[in-house]
Design a protein around this ligand. Structure first.
Ligand SMILES: CSCCC(=O)C(=O)COP(=O)(O)O
Ligand SMILES: [Zn+2]
Length: 238
């Protein structure tokens, strides 16, 4: 009989963090990854570790009653409260990944409001949107100094307005996804990064001003697309 050993789920997080680090999405200790375990506890990356060279000891286990366990008294990620809220709000979520990419921060400034309209790209199917010409919005949260305030905002907003996509942005900070498995969470990060890269590139070549997505012209979407000064800056760069 062939016996299969279940791999330690931290190994998957280590490999993913290494790849995201190489992509430039987790540089300088940025970002945090977690995976939920069958007993309701979760492993999360320890705070302040280089995400490009994690080892099995660079994780803290958080139990449903809030108790923590780490082999060498490490602090859990400063953003643990956000992961806790997401696992509570979305019981199907088994992994939660947060990264800091340049594109996530740029698109978080495309609008001044609290939602980012997305172009109706085929890639949205990978995030569970099977519609023709979908109008999708990603919620944007304020980057409060107190992470607990960000977590409260997330909890309150998603309690009132269900999430359309398993994605949220924190303005000038980064993007977070939650997913039914670590593999899906990795795909979700790659998909949203593609969409953000597309949006930044579209703005850069001026497509946004003529193209329409989310039912609005990019030029109406916010600071970056609409002001004459911004257009002049863009033209200077050509
Ligand atoms: C330079 S990263 C600033 C903190 C942050 O936003 C982050 O994602 C990493 O924090 P952690 O405590 O998880 O290392
Ligand atoms: Zn962060």
């Amino acid at each position: 009989m062939i016996q299969q050993t279940l791999a330690d789920p931290r190994l998957e997080l280590i490999a993913t963090a290494h790849d995201f680090y190489q992509q430039g999405w987790m540089v300088g200790t940025a970002g945090n990854l977690s995976v939920l375990l069958p007993d309701g506890s979760f492993w999360i990356t320890a705070s302040g570790r280089s995400k490009g060279e994690l080892s099995l000891n660079d994780f803290v286990r958080i139990y449903p009653d809030g108790k923590q366990d780490s082999s060498n008294n490490l602090k859990p990620s400063a953003e643990t409260a956000i992961h806790q809220v997401l696992y509570t709000l979305f019981p199907q979520a088994k992994a939660c990944y947060h990264i800091h990419s340049v594109e996530a921060n740029l698109v978080s400034r495309f609008v001044t409001g609290d939602s980012l309209p997305l172009p109706p790209l085929e890639m949205l199917k990978g995030l569970g949107i099977y519609q023709e010409n979908p109008h999708c919005l990603i919620p944007i949260f304020t980057n409060h100094l107190q992470v607990s305030q960000i977590a409260t905002d997330i909890q309150q907003r998603f309690t009132i307005t269900p999430a359309q996509l398993p994605v949220l942005l924190i303005r000038d900070h980064g993007v977070t996804v939650w997913a039914p498995s670590p593999e899906s969470a990795r795909n979700y990060i790659e998909l949203v990064e593609y969409i953000f890269r597309y949006m930044v590139a579209a703005w850069g070549v001026g497509i946004g001003e003529m193209g329409r997505w989310g039912g609005r012209e990019m030029g109406e979407m916010g600071e970056m697309g609409k002001t004459r000064e911004t257009r002049e800056i863009r033209e200077m760069g050509r």
